[in-house]
Design a protein around this ligand. Structure first.
Ligand code: KG4
Ligand code: ZN
Length: 356
């Protein structure tokens, strides 16, 4: 079964064609990073306009790539259209959803609505030669700019949040820190790169992302499986103020050491909660997805945690860690229980949560 997927939930306009859930016939991603860089973060109105401008070209490019690669003969070989309908920025999601509805109607094929977070957890299976079913039950870890969630997956296609950040997502914590340090956007890759330059062991002591007592219970979650990065960000701000003194424009010394220490606190927090979550059930695998899973230190820490507990670690290829549409088309193969009528009537759901 060949599915064309469309993704437009944030600042990437993407389209991909995937056969039977894992064989990627084409994947095209147009990233808007340059448009948002001057603002230090994603501006929803700018994102939406750029999606409108690019979406037709991106869809055509993905179809052309699939045809040129011999995966399909023509657009009419598409068996279904899949699209992210949440979570994400409403004006951005609308562009992809409407394009997908038009395409599904014109091709007279089903439309499958996909949850973006669930799709990130499909990325390790893309072009891997692996099927997901033998790895169940699994623990999913979605670490992106908008989410940091631990997700129980008793079987493939069923997702239950068992832990999450109670405020900023890990990617957001990286992005905000880079902005504060004047390093640019997006912050994750920059902090990752700066941190690698620090060869010492004299790390600045930053809080390890523990939620304030009682806050996890308010969300109905166990504190051992939750993080909070807002205190870490404040600690960084206080540290910068302390080294700068009264001159608020003075250059910040020791950027690599600051980045290494800050990254270490985030990674330790995620690794610690992951270790706790893995001890809750006899999981077969730890499945990780999302842009922050590109982080070298996090990859190493998760490999150690998985080895300690004796579960298999499944990470995506770097090109599928960030937002893409192959994950949407891929997961749709496993989530195609939504009828076309329901999906065609569907609206965007900016706060959509994972489900079974
Ligand atoms: O999954 P993604 O592309 O988009 C969302 O769904 O949010 O994730 C983007 C996030 C950004 O916050 C970016 O700073 C972060 O992933 N990121 C990284 C790295 N590369 C991207 N964070 C840490 N280390 C990296 N190497
Ligand atoms: Zn994402």
């Amino acid at each position: 079964m060949v599915i064309l997927g469309i993704e437009s939930s944030c600042d990437e306009t993407a389209c991909a064609v995937v056969r039977d859930g894992t064989e990627v016939l084409s994947s095209v991603v147009y990233t808007q990073i340059k448009l948002h860089q001057p603002w230090g973060g994603v501006v929803p109105e700018i994102a939406s306009r750029a999606h409108v401008e690019k979406i037709s070209g991106v869809i055509s490019a993905a179809v052309d790539e699939a045809v040129k690669g011999g995966g399909i003969d023509a657009l009419t070989d598409i068996d279904a259209v899949a699209v992210t309908y949440g979570p994400g920025l409403a004006p951005a999601l609308l562009v992809g959803l409407n394009a997908a509805k038009g395409l599904a109607l014109s091709l007279n094929v089903p439309l499958i609505g996909i949850n973006h977070i669930e799709a990130h957890l499909h990325t390790p299976f893309l072009e891997s030669g692996l099927r997901p079913e033998p790895y169940m039950p699994a623990l999913g870890l979605a670490v992106s700019g908008g989410h940091t969630s631990w997700i129980d997956m008793p079987e493939y296609g069923c997702y239950r949040i068992i832990g999450q950040t109670l405020d900023d997502a890990a990617g957001e914590a990286f992005d905000k820190a880079a902005k504060l340090l004047g390093l640019g956007y997006p912050g994750g890759p920059i902090i990752d790169r700066e941190a690698k330059k620090y060869e010492g062991t004299d790390f600045i002591s930053f809080p390890k992302g523990r939620p304030r007592p009682g806050t996890a219970a308010l969300a109905g979650l166990d504190a051992d499986l939750c993080t909070s990065f807002s205190g870490l960000k404040t600690a960084l701000l206080n540290y910068v103020k302390s080294v700068r003194g009264t001159d608020t424009t003075a250059p910040i010394p020791d950027i690599p050491r600051i980045c290494a220490s800050y990254q270490r606190a985030i990674v330790a927090s995620i690794a610690d909660r992951t270790a706790s979550a893995l001890k809750r059930r006899p999981y077969r695998a730890l499945i990780v997805g999302g842009g922050v899973s590109l982080n070298g230190a996090l990859r190493e820490a998760l490999a150690r945690v998985a080895a300690d507990v004796g579960v298999e670690l499944l990470l995506a290829k770097p090109k599928y860690c960030g937002d893409n549409a192959a994950m949407i088309a891929g997961l749709a193969y496993y989530r195609r229980n939504v009828t076309d009528d329901v999906a065609l009537a569907a609206d965007v759901e900016p706060s959509l949560v994972v489900s079974c």
